[in-house]
Design a protein around this ligand. Structure first.
Ligand code: PMP
Length: 397
């Protein structure tokens, strides 16, 4: 018999979420997640995917995946340390190290579990972590899992970070102190102040950890935020995902050989969860080769991002202070933001609203993610719809 305690808990909490408009309704796609998607028979211009370079549907990646499936099958069959390491897993890790300009790299099944794995393999209850208050959920969970003392610093506030680094290191309470930041913050598109963070880390002897999920493939001509600032030899942990610009799925840490050796013996998802599938691995290798050898897709992404931003701004929208192609359109009021997104959908644009608690109250926004795969015509069409709804709702004069 089902548990009444569980039934009551679920009923109460689901109803509560629904009544507050916080229950996620999921719209399944009837098409690939490209620049145009199909939902419930309706074609929409897609401004909500992390497929920054359009590689999720690239023929070269599909072909590489097909070949790997023919050769190795669809599953790796075991965890990495039993016999789930295929030769292509090793090839992927070599390519990732080349891509990130580090000695070595280790692949995980997702960016999320990579953060859970990497932080807790190195930090423990005798340590402290200085974490930007806007860091991604997987970083927060990885920090919690480690048992280390979590000290949040104000978003990209270097005075606050310095003061907290000083206090933590001078207290003598902790064996190790780490500073963790996203490379690019996905809600606003701003870039972490890595040169200052490295300076503070050097002054106080901090371990440095950058999750570049949204910077890889985007900044540094594709190589990421750390390369963008020329700091490849100054960051201990370079985290990335294979699910955004790379277009597939998976996560990785790139760094010094000893660090990667340690993660291979101590990080739990590497030891206890089956490795990436052959198709994922081969497609990811192909994507990284494309990124190493050409900046064509990266250039197109920036062209599209700059175009969309310039046009939205000249229409009169508040697009915040993004430094990357991520383009928020800040509406403010939560209800209005959700209404705007709904109207966009009805008119043929898929662009999700992001409201409290994901972003601070009163800063509701539509987050637009232009990609290299969008044509100018698609962007122009979306802009026409934006202008019409902006006027209708009194957001534009
Ligand atoms: N880190 C950051 C900064 C992210 O934005 C995301 C994805 N939303 C992740 C990690 C998780 O990556 P994945 O989707 O590969 O699990």
């Amino acid at each position: 018999m089902a548990s009444k305690v569980l039934d009551d808990f679920l009923k109460q909490n689901l109803e509560d979420l629904k009544s507050r408009g916080l229950y996620n309704v999921i719209d399944p796609l009837e098409s690939p997640n490209g620049p145009i998607i199909k939902i419930a028979g309706k074609e929409l211009i897609n401004l909500s995917s992390n497929n920054y370079l359009g590689l999720a549907t690239d023929e070269r990646l599909k072909e590489a995946a097909h070949q790997a499936i023919e050769k190795f099958g669809v599953g790796a069959g075991a965890v990495r340390t039993i016999n789930g390491t295929l030769e292509i897993h090793i090839e992927l890790e070599k390519k990732l190290a080349e891509f990130k300009h580090t000695e070595a790299a280790i692949a995980y099944q997702s960016g999320f579990n990579c953060n859970m794995a990497a932080i807790s393999a190195v930090m423990d209850k005798n340590d402290a972590i200085l974490s930007d208050e806007l860091n991604h959920a997987s970083i927060i969970d990885g920090c919690r899992l480690s048992g280390a003392k979590i000290i949040r610093f104000k978003h990209s506030d270097m005075d606050d970070l310095r003061a907290k680094a000083k206090e933590a290191t001078e207290s003598g309470q902790y064996n190790k102190v780490m500073v963790i930041t996203d490379g690019v913050f996905s809600m606003d598109g701003d870039i972490a102040k890595l040169p200052e963070i490295v300076e503070i880390a050097e002054e106080f002897g901090l371990i440095t950890y950058v999750d570049d999920a949204h910077g890889s493939g985007v900044l540094g001509k594709g190589a990421g935020t750390v390369k963008h600032f020329g700091l490849s030899d100054k960051i201990d942990f370079q985290i990335g995902t294979l699910s955004k610009a790379i277009g597939v799925v998976g996560g990785y840490v790139a760094g010094k050989k000893e660090l990667i050796d340690w993660l291979k013996v101590r990080s739990r998802p590497f030891l206890f969860s089956t490795s990436l599938t052959p198709g994922d691995v081969a497609a990811s290798i192909k994507a990284i080769e494309i990124l190493i050898n050409s900046t064509e897709l990266n250039n197109r992404l920036w062209e599209n991002g700059n175009y969309l931003k310039k046009k939205l701004k000249s229409l009169g929208f508040d697009i915040g202070n993004s430094e990357t192609p991520i383009t928020p359109v800040i509406i403010g009021d939560e209800v209005k933001t959700q209404e705007f997104s709904k109207k966009l959908y009805e008119a043929g644009v898929y662009a999700k609203s992001i409201v409290f608690p994901t972003v601070p109250r009163g800063t509701g926004r539509i987050r637009n993610m232009p990609t290299a795969a969008h044509s100018k015509e698609m962007l122009d069409q979306a802009l026409t719809i934006y202008e019409k709804i902006g006027k209708e709702m009194g957001i534009l004069s």
